[in-house]
Design a protein around this ligand. Structure first.
Ligand SMILES: Cc1ncc(COP(=O)(O)O)c(C=O)c1O
Length: 365
């Protein structure tokens, strides 16, 4: 049996190590996972109540059209209902976009390093991923424009970028969008949108109004804390959304995810609290990195990427032995670690562990 040619050399996705596995392997009782940019404060109590209510309907297929959620998000964003598509995480929206628009031989342009699913889904569809190195940790939009060819179908902009947390501002993005031919889709991945505190961050919904080739991707996995339920969405003009809908599986989002997402949207206190605590956490980490003389990218997400000045695998292993799961092994940043901003207690445990690791390796005195 031979699989399709495009996946022959495709790696299987390697998630951050699960907490239970690390406990078992290293004989630890306390393990803190700061590897996957999850919300350390859980989710809204209203979301939990909504899930409880839905339990009575567990044997009934979910609403294929996510009607209630579509209405809630449309009101929240002030867009039309037919401008929305929901997926099992924004991961699935990325997959559906690639499935709907890419044919073998097509190209998509993305940053390097950025979120790996853009490349993954491009390759699965038989396309070619054109990767453009980041400039100072940020998307190099002019260099990305220069890579456009007749075969370009999608340009992926991760804003804030995962793993660096950097943003492209309103002016840069608006200029970029004005230069991209209208037949090329611009996918603006805003998975960390709610954590952004920089006033120069683009108002992408405003940009969307004048451009039929933009799709904005958002998720309930991050600030809303619903990562395990798998629910994210895309916002675009109705024509584009219709094509993505054509390749959507009939029941791609669960009734628990839909109900929890509706309840979460209404809980602004939870969202604001998480955003504020994340901002405090980022500032604490910067202050500690400064104290240790380590450089880092200023992040607009719920994670920070810093230079540990040692091979990242060594730092990753040292942190792991101390019960901290981080992310390492970035192609262009071999000494950098990405760490999710945790609760204050988790952040302090991480900093203690990092100091020990660096002292052990004599990076710090
Ligand atoms: C930039 C970015 N986009 C999309 C996703 C996918 O999120 P989900 O599928 O949970 O919505 C992530 C998850 O880490 C991410 O970092």
């Amino acid at each position: 049996m031979q699989p399709k040619q495009s996946i022959v050399n495709l790696p299987v996705y390697q998630p951050g190590k699960p907490i239970e596995e690390v406990k078992r392997e290293l004989g630890l009782t306390e393990v803190i996972k700061l590897a996957s940019n999850e919300n350390p404060f859980g989710c809204s109590e209203h979301a939990k109540a909504a899930i409880q209510d839905e339990l009575a309907n567990i044997s009934i297929y979910p609403d294929s059209f996510s009607t209630a959620l579509t209405g809630a998000v449309a009101d929240y964003l002030q867009v039309e209902r037919n401008q929305l598509i929901f997926g099992a995480g924004s991961d699935e929206v990325i997959l559906m976009l690639a499935r709907a628009y890419l044919s073998p031989g097509d190209e998509t342009i993305m940053a390097d390093e950025t979120f790996p699913q853009y490349k993954h889904n491009t390759v699965i569809e038989g396309g070619t991923a054109i990767e453009v190195p980041l400039k100072d940790g940020t998307h190099d939009l002019p260099a990305m424009l220069a890579k456009i060819t007749d075969r370009t179908k999608i340009i992926w902009i991760c804003n804030p970028n995962n793993p660096t947390g950097t943003i492209n501002n309103e002016d840069e993005l608006a200029h970029f969008v004005s230069q991209v031919p209208k037949n090329i889709i611009i996918a603006l991945d805003e998975a960390y949108f709610e954590y952004v505190t920089n006033a120069e961050y683009p108002n992408s919904l405003e940009l969307l109004r004048g451009h039929e080739n933009i799709i904005i991707l958002r998720t309930f996995s991050k600030v809303y804390g619903l990562a395990s339920l798998r629910i994210g969405y895309g916002v675009a003009h109705s024509g584009l959304i219709r094509h993505v809908n054509q390749v959507r599986e009939p029941f791609n989002t669960t009734r628990f995810a839909q109900a929890a997402a509706v309840a979460s949207l209404a809980d602004l206190d939870f969202l604001n609290n998480c955003r504020d605590r994340n901002e405090e956490g980022r500032r604490y980490l910067y202050q500690e990195f400064d104290r240790m003389g380590l450089s880092y990218f200023e992040s607009q997400g719920n994670f920070v990427m810093f230079d540990a000045k040692l091979p990242s695998q060594q730092v990753f292993d040292g942190l792991l032995r101390r019960g901290i799961i981080s992310r390492a092994r970035w192609t262009y940043y071999p000494t950098y670690i990405r760490i999710t901003v945790g609760s204050q207690e988790q952040n302090q445990s991480f900093i203690r562990a990092l100091e020990e690791v660096l002292q052990e390796a004599a990076v710090l005195g």
